[in-house]
Design a protein around this ligand. Structure first.
Ligand SMILES: Nc1ncnc2c1ncn2[C@@H]1O[C@H](COP(=O)(O)OP(=O)(O)OP(=O)(O)O)[C@@H](O)[C@H]1O
Ligand SMILES: [Mg+2]
Length: 508
């Protein structure tokens, strides 16, 4: 292969400067052979110079000269060294000496680094500057070290997530999606002719909830001490009676309200607690309101959501029809249970959850917000920190990285960053990802839809990737407002014409 440049000046084990006569572009992969090394590099900077054309000439002379100097252009650039191809991409200990030739990276070398499936990987796409080279990412690394998928709205996040889902399902992996827009329900992925998408019943059995989870439905804050005290007692007694078969499951609300009524009567009779009556009446009203508002959501015979999860499937919790408060309670309830059940399994309990799960959270900035303290934020950050030990992976998807809780984001060791234009978002991502150099951050605004910077243990060395198009995902394509308006206008015109025709007919 023909060389594209020669190393000049000073070089280190991380970076070299090179001179080239052309034939090299920003983002190209190159190969340097010296001593025992075959080192892969990435062109991170490039400048064009022509020593014959400079400021020492008058304009009219330069205008004549410039045609003569054509072909004397040189390119000076910088290469980031990524590692030795034959040594698992270890960074070389000695720098390439000046004079070392720079070659375009061979397809074989690039495939050695990006293009091999050792049985645990999925195909994400192709290298942006080398469409002939496939890029694979390691699924085990995603589950154990989490993943953040970040981009402006419409940048291609859901498509990227769908490509990952397809790859994981091919390996019989288990996925749970908190689907904020109901866009994963019609995912078309079949195994042995059968769909592997399972919609989980979004019904809660109150006795499976923790008191704190239930309390949110009744709108009782933790600083409403008296209301909290009585509701807690009534809830615990009711749940215990149902669990022990003393009360029947379908009498949950009645039992709860009658417990509270007993407390109210006591307060009327006992002068010591008489002034607590107002609070008890308040909590009774709140429970009645909760019963009315959430009757649809509560199902007293429902199997817990976590027990509905099937291995090898894309399990979808459709949150598109519920408000943020309910979504928060459901996500925190499910994540708490996932963590508890996996811990039980690892410690040898029979009723534990037997298989690892990758959980995908779309619109992660809402529930794992940097400013608002949601209930689920606590469990999201627990899984981000501890999930690794229990086979619980987290994939956070967001179009507003700077509104994402930075502690949680920094636990996502793997990142797929598509187009990001806002400097605040870029800074936030850069702070969370230590290895994200400012040169790479500079690339982010100029990426097109579906083009991404991929980094973390799942890939080994960072790469710019053109993400594949996910065939299984049917919804999510941009709607055309103009097309929809025109269709409506066309229909009303047709109706008008028909009416006119019928009226003329009547006249005759
Ligand atoms: N790699 C790709 N190849 C081809 N088309 C793509 C690719 N990525 C995204 N698209 C297209 O771009 C559009 C937006 O993609 P997508 O829905 O994945 O974006 P998003 O970032 O999830 O958007 P939102 O912020 O609205 O959730 C879709 O029509 C999708 O088909
Ligand atoms: Mg999306």
């Amino acid at each position: 292969m023909e060389k594209t440049g020669i190393c000049i000046g000073q070089s280190t084990t991380k970076e070299v400067t090179f001179l080239s006569s052309g034939n090299v572009r920003l983002g190209d992969y190159v190969e340097l052979k010296y001593g025992e090394h075959k080192t892969l590099g990435f062109v991170k900077e490039i400048t064009c110079i022509n020593r014959a054309v400079n400021e020492n000439y008058e304009f009219k002379d330069l205008d004549k000269l410039k045609n003569l100097s054509e072909g004397f252009n040189s390119y000076i650039g910088k290469i980031t060294l990524l590692g030795d191809v034959d040594k698992k991409m270890f960074i070389p200990r000695t720098p390439p000496p000046p004079g070392t030739d720079v070659f375009p990276a061979s397809k074989k070398s690039l495939e050695e680094v990006f293009g091999k499936d050792d049985g645990k990987k999925l195909k994400l796409g192709t290298l942006l500057t080398r469409p002939d080279v496939n890029v694979y990412i390691d699924i085990d690394q995603i589950v154990s070290r989490h993943l953040a998928v970040l981009a402006i709205t419409g940048g291609g996040k859901s498509n990227t997530v769908s490509v990952a889902i397809e790859g994981i399902l091919k390996k019989h992996g288990t996925i749970l999606v908190f689907d904020m827009h109901g866009e994963y329900l019609n995912f078309e992925f079949k195994r042995n002719g059968k769909s592997v998408v399972k919609r989980l019943e979004l019904k809660l059995n109150p006795i499976n909830l923790s008191y704190k989870e239930f309390r949110q439905f009744a709108n009782v804050d933790d600083n409403a001490f008296i209301q909290d005290k009585y509701l807690k007692r009534a809830f615990r007694t009711t749940a215990e009676e149902i669990a022990n078969g003393i009360a029947s499951t379908n009498s949950f609300w009645e039992r709860l309200l009658s417990e509270l009524e007993v407390f109210k009567e006591k307060a009327v009779e006992d002068p010591d607690i008489r002034d607590e009556k107002r609070s008890i009446v308040g909590v009774i009203n709140k429970v009645e309101d909760a019963k009315e508002s959430y009757q649809e959501l509560f199902d007293l015979f429902q199997k817990p959501i976590v027990k509905q999860i099937d291995p090898g499937m894309l399990n979808v919790i459709d949150l598109s029809q519920v408000d943020e408060k309910v979504a928060d309670i459901i996500v925190s309830h499910v994540l708490r249970n996932l963590l508890e059940k996996r811990k039980k399994f690892i410690h040898g309990h029979k009723e534990g959850l037997k298989f690892p799960i990758l959980t995908i959270l779309e619109e992660a900035h809402i529930l794992a917000s940097s400013t608002i303290n949601t209930k689920s934020k606590y469990w999201i950050s627990r899984i981000a920190r501890e999930g690794r030990k229990f086979g619980l992976g987290l994939c956070l998807v967001s179009q507003r990285p700077k509104s994402l809780d930075s502690n949680t984001l920094s636990q996502a060791n793997n990142m797929i960053i598509l187009k990001l234009v806002e400097p605040g978002d870029q800074r936030h991502v850069q702070q969370a990802a230590e290895s994200l150099s400012s040169e790479l951050v500079e690339q982010l605004p100029s990426l097109n839809i579906g083009e991404a910077l991929v980094m973390g243990k799942m890939i080994g060395v960072p790469a710019l990737v053109k993400i594949d198009f996910a065939k299984s995902k049917k919804s999510g394509t941009d709607r055309s407002a103009v097309k929809e308006w025109q269709e409506i206008a066309k229909k009303s015109k047709e109706i008008e014409e028909e009416m006119n025709y019928l009226m003329n007919f009547d006249d005759e």
